[in-house]
Design a binder for this molecule. Structure first.
Ligand code: SF4
Length: 249
């Protein structure tokens, strides 16, 4: 469920995170195929594991050409991407992506000639490509103005009191995209900044001391079960406090 949110609060969060962490220079890939493969490999794992798998594929010369990737035996591919975890599942998914690219002569510039809605629909039709992966490819590889939602977005926004922890992908995406300019660079930066914030401060066990989003008035309150969510929101995350919201507007 989503709470109605003033767009100024979302823009204020973007500004605060950008000031705190600086530009993140995402996506960490040198080429478009590397980015697309990385988006597939990072599913259900950390970037550390996924980037090791990407490096091994690159070393094996498999990121130069989608057709080489498609022709590589499953066992070989699986062994190479093992650091990313779920290697059998991800082997099938990478093969599906490479097979999909065969329909565009293995050329992403041909794929990206489509308008965003049909392109997104086509990506979502590939085995193993969900909304987060499709939107990552759209934003970071095809430079389309689209916001990528992930578990970190949901965690931070729910702690800010903007939604509950079951909020849907589309609702969270709409919230950000209605508040920020339709610019791939800004929307991509917002996603990257939220990831950084979730790793630095708003972790599974939050480190509220020194959090740039707002001075933590009640460190530790977050984990107190008897504290109502409303009280937590008001005290722990001052970004959502009405006075601060006015300042952000
Ligand atoms: S104050 Fe704590 S819970 Fe709120 S955004 Fe910062 S780290 Fe997360």
């Amino acid at each position: 469920m989503m709470q109605e949110q003033h767009p100024g609060a979302v823009r204020g969060l973007f500004d605060t995170l950008l000031r705190a962490y600086g530009p993140r220079h995402w996506w960490p890939a040198r080429t478009v195929p590397e980015m697309m493969v990385g988006a597939m490999l990072v599913q259900n794992t950390t970037w550390t594991g996924a980037s090791q798998a990407v490096a091994r594929l690159e070393e094996a010369g498999l990121l130069d050409s989608w057709s080489k990737l498609l022709q590589t035996p499953d066992e070989t591919l699986g062994a190479l991407i093992r650091p990313a975890g779920y290697f059998r599942v991800k082997t099938r998914r990478l093969k599906a992506l490479a097979g999909f690219m065969a329909g565009f002569d293995h050329d992403h510039t041909r794929l990206f000639q489509q308008e965003t809605p049909p392109l997104r629909a086509a990506l979502l039709g590939v085995h193993g490509v969900g909304k987060e992966t499709a939107d990552s490819i759209l934003c970071y590889a095809a430079q389309r103005p689209i916001f990528v939602v992930d578990a970190y977005t949901r965690r931070i926004f729910s702690r800010l009191g903007w939604c509950d922890d079951q909020a849907g992908y589309d609702d969270l995406q709409r919230l950000v995209m209605s508040a920020l300019p339709p610019d791939a660079h800004i929307l991509g930066e917002m996603h990257a900044l939220l990831v950084e914030h979730a790793k630095t401060h708003c972790r599974a066990q939050p480190r509220c001391a020194g959090c740039p989003v707002g001075p933590c008035l009640t460190i530790g309150l977050h984990n107190t079960p008897e504290t109502s969510k409303e009280t937590h929101t008001m005290l722990l995350c001052p970004t959502t406090h009405p006075t601060r919201q006015r300042n952000l507007a």
